[in-house]
Design a protein around this ligand. Structure first.
Ligand SMILES: [Fe+2]
Ligand SMILES: [Fe+2]
Length: 471
């Protein structure tokens, strides 16, 4: 029996030796599979998809490729290898031994952090459920499914922690993760960005670039956690997350490239009538997704974030590489602060602005993607520069919440915002145009007219490889 189960759920957590946990996860599994059947990629149950499956966490095992039907995918539980004698790297418990069990006083907070992270994983699968029907190529279809499958695995990762370390309330929370639905008025997902629709592939690429990248930074700070099972879980998730951001990064680059080609071929800036996406439209999509994604980092000034840090639950990005005392009780950190109508630079107690610091790391990372897309524009000889909007633009969380700023960071009135917002955010007509471009292309090696082919295939395969065998 144990061996049989291990074949169905690959794991490196000795599930076979822990009968109670094994039984709890077996009880959770049918609910998960029902959720996948109901909310996973629509109408592709019978398709054979060329997917990467983790069969172990070492270099040879974590990227194992083969064709598989998604409902038969072996979602596994993987934690990065333990670090012998690992010490807590920051906060009040700095230098102490990392925790293998949840300390009672941090139980509720840790559970909340894990649930909030866990909730985003199925949410994105739900948001992307219909995209397969309008895929621009088999290559892209495979990439979508790879992302979906791995978000499903990330849900397993968080459900495992809840089951293994939080007893009865952990089991209830793991069930609740299967009960909420992205965009549902009555039982929405926890975070705003995960209730937005992903109705087209441009949105999908923006989502995987900007919103999965928020995931990278959240996982990286949880990978520093004093709670060792959480740290090890997140460390392994990060290896998968890299591919999701690759999909977004290269996806946007390919749309930009195709738009440039159409512009040159037809000597016009307006490629919409030619079946392309205007560069100005790409900029507006980018504005929207950036703003929604930086909201996920929370308020600039946050006592919760300070407490997570001090108690050792959540560190900073690459905590151990930072050169300071890792306690921060005496340190300051410079942030932008809204004072009346002006944004001023202000030195604040470092502990109170942990979220903003993580947002800084994130924005810096986004700028690198931006530079790559602008290089494509340059190579194509097109005089246009994509820009990350100012972080005060279109915010729903934090100090800018009740204000209006332009993407350049100029404060404007509500009236001006109402009159001009279509300059900065995709209009309904623009969104409708992008959606109208989404025509399904499934002939091997063919790509939709609004996107350039990628530079190379997946896992060394050619572009006309049968990435998905549709039945
Ligand atoms: Fe994820
Ligand atoms: Fe992801």
């Amino acid at each position: 029996m144990a061996i049989d189960y291990n074949e169905r759920i690959p794991n490196n957590v000795d599930l076979a030796d822990n009968r109670r946990l094994k039984r709890a996860l077996e009880n959770w599994q049918p609910g998960y599979l029902n959720w996948w059947a109901e909310m996973g990629p629509a109408d592709f149950d019978q398709a054979d998809v060329y997917l990467r499956t983790a069969i172990s966490v070492d270099k040879d095992g974590w990227a194992h490729f083969g064709h598989v039907k998604m409902p038969d995918y072996r979602w596994g539980i993987f934690l990065a290898e333990p670090e012998a004698g690992r010490r807590i790297a920051f906060g009040a418990h700095k230098g102490g031994a990392a925790w293998q069990e949840v300390p009672g006083e941090h139980r509720a907070t840790l559970r909340r952090l894990i649930v909030t992270q866990g909730d985003t994983e199925p949410a994105s699968v739900e948001q992307q459920r219909l995209l397969g029907l309008t895929c621009p190529s088999l290559y892209d279809l495979r990439n979508l499914f790879q992302v979906n499958i791995e978000e499903g695995r990330h849900l397993w990762a968080m459900a495992y922690l809840l089951h293994a370390h939080f007893g009865r309330d952990g089991r209830e929370e793991a069930d609740a993760l299967l009960g909420r639905r992205s965009g549902d008025v009555d039982k929405p997902r926890i975070l705003g960005a995960f209730n937005e629709a992903t109705p087209d592939w441009l949105s999908f690429f923006m989502f995987t670039f900007f919103t999965d990248r928020d995931g990278k930074y959240q996982l990286a700070s949880l990978a520093e956690s004093a709670f060792d099972p959480l740290a090890r879980t997140c460390r392994f998730m990060l290896t998968e997350e890299a591919h999701h951001m690759f999909v977004g990064d290269t996806g946007i680059q390919r749309v930009v490239q195709r738009s440039c080609e159409l512009m040159k071929e037809h000597d016009t800036d307006d490629v919409a009538p030619l079946g392309g996406v205007n560069l100005a439209t790409i900029q507006r999509y980018l504005n929207f997704h950036f703003a929604v994604s930086i909201d996920l980092f929370g308020s600039e000034f946050s006592t919760n974030a300070a407490n997570y840090f001090t108690t050792g639950l959540k560190g900073r990005y690459r905590e151990e590489k930072i050169e300071d005392d890792h306690v921060l009780s005496e340190s300051s950190y410079g942030v932008a602060k809204l004072e009346g109508d002006a944004i001023v630079e202000s030195d604040e107690a470092a502990l109170t602005v942990i979220n903003e610091r993580l947002r800084d790391d994130y924005v810096e990372d986004c700028e690198k993607g931006m530079a790559r897309w602008n290089r494509t524009l340059q190579e194509q000889g097109i005089d246009f520069t994509l820009r990350i909007p100012h972080r005060a633009f279109q915010r729903a969380i934090g100090q800018y919440r009740d204000t209006h700023f332009t993407p350049e960071g100029k404060k404007i009135s509500a009236e001006e915002w109402a009159a001009r917002q279509d300059e900065w955010l995709p209009s309904a007509a623009e969104r409708a145009h992008v959606i109208s471009l989404m025509q399904r292309v499934v002939e091997p090696g063919k790509f939709a007219g609004w996107i350039a082919p990628p530079r190379r295939g997946i896992n060394g395969q050619p572009l006309d490889f049968g990435y998905v065998h549709l039945s």
